[in-house]
Design a protein. Structure first.
Length: 392
């Protein structure tokens, strides 16, 4: 069965993936979709539409909501064939990676029908409203409130590190609906249209020079009660499940850029020789170890994904994957900059190649990996308590 599916999938990809969408992809080439989608090339739109029509932007989601209805094994085949042919990912989406899975698990049928097909088609771009200036690692201390008023909630508060909020259409947001309840029990999960009056978004400039992060202010924003996912006060349970999906995503971050130049290729150009064994034996060992760690992590993630065939969603082990994937990515970025030598210190100017400048900024950006999605310290606590069963 899988052999036949593989052959059919490969034939369809060859026939439908434009040649321009089978070239190396940079972060600037990624398609986020949304109400105001940006396509640098018409083929990006064509490729997204063709993949979305088959539900292959979310291949394992049910067909009744626009997904592909594939089994995990079939989805793996699709991923392998896309990689083999060099097909670009048609859509980059927090809706696909994080929100969609929890909507499938917790949302009402009406909410699923309203939001999931639009996520699959890339029609709505989502951002995440979790952290606040006074609620980072201690997320349950969040203060943004949603007060019932007729058929609406009135939302007021301040969210921070809301990635791409300045370009997003909707936000999935944690709000406090019952300030008298214990802090974990008074939180609800709300879907908010970013076009609503009273929302202000300000970008945050990072040390890497880019600004994907924002802070978002809510000034008595009216949100229909029908946008509440689950029951009031159940937000913490939903939030934890979504974080498991986010951490699983972060653990795979190195695999999201398969066209990135390898460590050994960069070492040959900057240290040499161009062919044969690298001159620096210690560097050879470090590169081999980094590559071994990457492939071991990749195999472990695949084994975990295959366990989903039994219907089990991500659990506490996602914290293990997130922690290790984070540290692995940081180590690789540091080694890449070391290989570049003084060229790895470039920030701007004609003396540095664009790829060198990009690696410097990517190295700086990687430092945030140990914070976003829950700090490494938080992951260690989860592993100690929920995986190893250690006492408090």
């Amino acid at each position: 069965m899988l052999a036949a599916f593989r052959a059919e999938t490969r034939a369809w990809l060859i026939a439908n993936c434009p040649a321009t969408m089978r070239t190396p992809m940079s972060e600037d080439d990624e398609v986020w979709g949304g109400r105001r989608p940006v396509f640098d090339h018409p083929d990006q739109k064509t490729w997204l539409e063709r993949m979305a029509a088959r539900g292959w932007t979310a291949p394992t989601w049910p067909r009744e909501y626009g997904g592909g209805g594939l089994s995990p094994a079939e989805a793996l085949v699709l991923s392998e064939e896309m990689r083999s042919l060099g097909c670009r990912r048609p859509l980059k989406s927090f809706g696909v990676w994080m929100l969609g899975p929890v909507l499938l698990e917790f949302a009402s049928e009406e909410q699923k029908l309203e939001h999931i097909p639009r996520i699959v088609r890339g029609e709505i771009r989502w951002c995440q409203g979790y952290s606040e200036p006074g609620a980072g690692s201690d997320l349950a201390s969040l203060a943004a409130r949603a007060v019932p008023d007729g058929q609406d909630f009135v939302v007021s508060g301040h969210k921070i590190w809301t990635s791409h909020a300045d370009r997003s259409d909707w936000m999935f947001c944690l709000v406090r609906t019952d300030p008298s309840a214990p802090k974990h029990d008074g939180i609800s999960f709300l879907l908010i249209d970013m076009a609503s009056p009273g929302i202000t978004v300000r970008p945050i400039r990072l040390i890497s020079g880019s600004s994907p992060f924002c802070e978002t202010f809510f000034d008595e924003v009216r949100v229909p009660k029908k946008n509440l996912v689950g029951r009031p006060g159940a937000g913490w349970t939903i939030a934890k499940r979504l974080l498991q999906h986010e951490r699983a995503l972060i653990s795979e971050m190195r695999d999201n850029f398969p066209d990135e130049e390898t460590l050994e290729s960069v070492a040959r150009r900057y240290i040499g020789p161009p062919s044969g064994p690298l001159a620096d034996a210690a560097l050879r060992d470090r590169i081999v170890q980094a590559n071994m760690d990457f492939y071991c992590n990749k195999i472990t993630l695949r084994r975990s994904a295959e366990s989903a065939e039994a219907g089990r969603g991500p659990g506490a082990e996602s914290s293990m994957f997130k922690l290790y994937g984070t540290e692995l990515n940081k180590r690789r970025r540091e080694l890449m900059v070391e290989i570049l030598g003084y060229q790895g210190l470039g920030w701007e100017g004609d003396g540095f190649a664009p790829s060198e400048l990009a690696r410097t900024r990517t190295w700086l950006r990687s430092r945030a990996n140990s914070i976003e999605g829950g700090t490494s310290e938080i992951q260690l606590n989860i592993i100690a308590k929920r995986v190893l069963g250690l006492p408090d």
